[in-house]
Design a protein around this ligand. Structure first.
Ligand SMILES: C[S@@+](CC[C@H](N)C(=O)[O-])C[C@H]1O[C@@H](n2cnc3c(N)ncnc32)[C@H](O)[C@@H]1O
Length: 359
């Protein structure tokens, strides 16, 4: 564990303390914890009782205590608000509880499984329309996709089967474990998909201008800072690269159908999955995208039929919608504030250490 010291504060209480003095913040902390193995088990619980900023503001001292006996991941809000990540710890707790249920087609994620029927063709056809060449049978071959907030890989896998080279990232390690396990059942995916437990801001520096396509499906309504998320997307996309987002509008109808009916009446998704305050109207998302160098090409409504458990396209974006935007290739020339933006982004991401594997 380079740059880390570890020690046992109180063996009786089984409390281990790791002390990190690098600029890597949470990403390094998580890597250090996942690489160690106490009592024969990987650490599952992380508490951050104390976090202190150093004078230069980019370095942290992080003290992490790990209680071996329990089996959940606890993330303090204080940590996240100070490190300014896109991750909302309350959301992580919700997804932690369901991290092993991704591939139950009739379970809590049934609606995401069936959403593939419309979102996969939407991504495939839009990408193909923008490219001149494609291989029959492997139409997305040669396309480098980043699936942000990939969860258990429900969307990552079909994109890989279409021939794309897909990197799936998610802050939740247990979801990435589930995704890795499921991927291992299909040898075709071994070379095409790689998963990593991290956030977008963790990879933004090393993966600058790397991806042809980013998909963030049903993710932005769960992040802590949508603007930071969009900025990071813009950084890691190649010029003229495509960003696909599916999410939920912030409307009266989305409250009635997305929360009251879906969660409380029909139980299509577990109660508490969504927080209406975090939903985002398409106009606001478009404004955010356009102010970060994107051209919004398509916004279309999506409708879920709970009787058949199926999705269809609709003109109304009142509840669910999908969006396709393209990163402008002249962004760097026309944006005089780029350096300021870059500095702000670096300050916001608190100079995360580069992850071990290059994307
Ligand atoms: C509703 S699930 C969607 C999963 C997947 N995209 C799909 O459609 O099957 C939302 C996912 O976003 C992830 N997530 C939440 N906040 C995130 C963030 N700030 N950055 C990346 N992923 C995030 C969660 O861990 C969860 O896996």
């Amino acid at each position: 564990m380079k740059g880390w010291q570890s020690g046992c504060l109180s063996r009786a209480r089984r409390l281990w303390v790791f002390r990190g003095e690098t600029a890597g913040g949470w990403a390094a902390c998580r890597r250090a914890l996942s690489s160690c193995n106490h009592y024969g088990q990987p650490p599952q619980i992380v508490q951050i009782p104390f976090l202190k900023r150093c004078k230069n503001q980019l370095k942290y001292h992080i003290f992490v205590s790990f209680v071996q006996a329990r089996n959940t991941m606890l993330l303090t809000e204080r940590h996240y608000s100070m490190s300014q990540t896109t991750v909302d710890p309350k959301e992580m707790k919700k997804f932690q509880l369901l991290a092993h249920k991704w591939w139950d087609e009739h379970g809590d994620y049934a609606a995401l499984h069936s959403m593939n029927d419309i979102r996969v063709p939407f991504i495939r056809d839009t990408v193909l329309n923008m490219r001149n060449d494609h291989q029959p049978g492997s139409p997305l071959s040669g396309v480098k996709i980043l699936d942000v907030g990939c969860g258990g890989g429900l969307l990552t896998e079909p994109l890989g089967r279409l021939g794309a080279s897909v990197t799936g990232i998610d802050p939740l390690e247990d979801s990435i474990r589930t995704a890795e396990l499921h991927k291992s059942f299909d040898p075709v995916l071994a070379e095409r998909i790689q998963y990593k437990s991290c956030t977008l801001e963790d990879i933004v520096e090393e993966a600058s201008d790397t991806f042809d396509v980013i998909v963030a499906s049903e993710v932005v309504e769960h992040v802590a800072d949508v603007e930071m998320f969009i900025r990071c997307c813009s950084k890691v996309l190649k010029p003229e690269g495509s960003l696909f987002i599916t999410t939920i509008n912030k409307s009266q109808l989305s409250y009635i159908f997305g929360i009251v009916v879906a969660e409380r009446v029909l139980g299509i998704v577990p109660t508490g999955t969504h927080d209406w305050e975090k939903f985002i109207p398409p106009e606001e998302l478009e404004r955010l995208l356009e102010s970060n160098g994107f051209l919004v090409k398509t916004v279309k409504g999506m409708l879920y039929n709970p009787l058949f458990g199926s999705w269809s396209w609709t003109e109304s974006t009142n509840i669910n919608y999908a969006l396709h935007a393209v990163k402008s290739d002249i962004q760097e020339q026309v944006d005089p504030n780029l350096e300021t933006d870059k500095e702000q982004l670096q300050t916001k991401t608190m100079a995360s250490e580069p992850p071990a594997k290059t994307l």
